[in-house]
Design a protein. Structure first.
Length: 167
């Protein structure tokens, strides 16, 4: 397959995966606003924004670096994977320490109450970003797109089940 056909194919795959993910997430907003109070939705937004802020800082944005390194010739995929996992582990410990400081000094009672869940979300969010970039770096574009769609579908289903069914 020519270089341009490959580019067009990969662009189409990413566009379809990203567009479908954005639409599905957009469809959750009416559920959130119907089921959650303003305080609950604000807390959700605070947690999500906090995680998005701390992931690149505490992991040194290793997920993006992984893809760049894997595109170079002669780079050991195993070494890149191992170093990235170690970096994510250290970043996760740093985030856990930040949550512990919050709990010790009662900076936010709401965050203290849900700190375990926030930590788990941080770890899985970081690992998900890393694995997506790793799969892109080893040229598994189809796997990346399918993973994104499945991840979004699971999130959509769990939100509906947990917010609507078990409300």
């Amino acid at each position: 397959m020519s270089k341009y056909k490959e580019l067009a194919k990969n662009t189409g795959i990413f566009a379809l995966a990203n567009f479908s993910s954005k639409i599905l997430i957009f469809l959750l907003v009416p559920i959130y606003t119907r089921v959650l109070t303003t305080t609950e939705y604000g807390f959700y937004d605070l947690v999500y924004t906090t995680i998005q802020l701390f992931v690149p800082i505490l992991t040194l944005n290793i997920s993006e670096a992984v893809m760049r390194f894997l595109m170079k010739d002669g780079v050991s995929k195993k070494s890149v994977f191992s170093i990235a996992v170690l970096d994510i582990f250290i970043g996760s410990i740093a985030f856990a320490l930040l949550l512990l400081v919050n709990n010790l000094f009662s900076l936010s009672d709401l965050i203290s109450q849900y700190s375990i869940y926030i930590f788990v979300i941080f770890v899985f969010y970081t690992l998900n970003n890393f694995l997506i970039q790793f799969s892109k770096g080893i040229d598994k574009i189809g796997v990346t797109a399918i993973s994104g769609v499945i991840s979004t579908a699971v999130m959509l289903a769990m939100n509906v089940i947990l917010l609507v069914v078990f409300d």
